[in-house]
Design a protein around this ligand. Structure first.
Ligand SMILES: [Fe+2]
Ligand SMILES: [Fe+2]
Length: 204
């Protein structure tokens, strides 16, 4: 099954700055994503994107929401339409005349799968957070204290352990960090405390 999108241009540049409202994005999220585990993953990635946009990029409220929205919706079609992953949500956002940058970020969250390269910082950070956030969450589930006391060293150990989270590609995680120009250690250190906070507040 190929998920290649076979295109690199999404939406209409004239729609730059058009975003879904938080209410509309949340309602799409709830309608499309029924699997609670996937919901948690998407909310975690959305939160990490929001934190990065705010803390590292210094964006304004709309810019921060754009990053968060890309994170929130990046796997929207994975639950019910896995064979149309990325394609379906992108076409939906195109029909809603949403900012093309949101679609490009979603389209490039797995260059090996969708054939679209991450270009700007929003694209690169979504790709960098996606798999690593999932691996860190899997690790938290195994730890008696969850996120409590988790450190970078422990996560790096899990990364090296081939039998742990076998579906998470280590190559992809390293590739994504390289593309973002961030040390893996720094990325892990950014994720742990922020993901701990959001995970504690999720009720699904
Ligand atoms: Fe995905
Ligand atoms: Fe994802």
């Amino acid at each position: 099954m190929s998920l290649l999108l076979n295109r690199n241009s999404f939406g209409n540049p004239a729609n730059s700055g058009n975003l879904m409202t938080k209410e509309a994005a949340m309602s799409l999220f709830q309608d499309w994503v029924l699997n609670p585990k996937l919901q948690v993953h998407m909310l975690q990635v959305a939160h990490l994107m929001q934190c990065w946009a705010k803390e590292k990029e210094g964006l304004d409220e709309l810019g921060i929401w754009k990053w968060e929205q890309a994170g929130l919706l990046h796997d929207a079609d994975w639950d019910q339409w896995p064979d149309q992953h990325c394609k379906k949500i992108i076409e939906h956002l195109e029909a809603l005349e949403i900012d093309p940058e949101v679609m490009h970020a979603i389209a490039s969250h797995g260059p090996a799968h969708f054939g679209v390269e991450p270009e700007n910082n929003m694209d690169k950070m979504l790709f960098a957070f996606d798999e690593l956030s999932g691996l860190i969450h899997a690790y938290s589930i195994l730890r008696p204290g969850g996120y409590e006391g988790m450190d970078v060293k422990g996560v790096k150990k899990r990364l090296k352990e081939k039998s742990f989270a076998t579906n998470v590609s280590r190559e992809e995680i390293q590739d994504a960090a390289n593309r973002a120009g961030i040390l893996l250690e720094d990325l892990i250190a950014f994720i742990i405390p922020r993901q701990a906070v959001i995970t504690g507040s999720i009720t699904v």
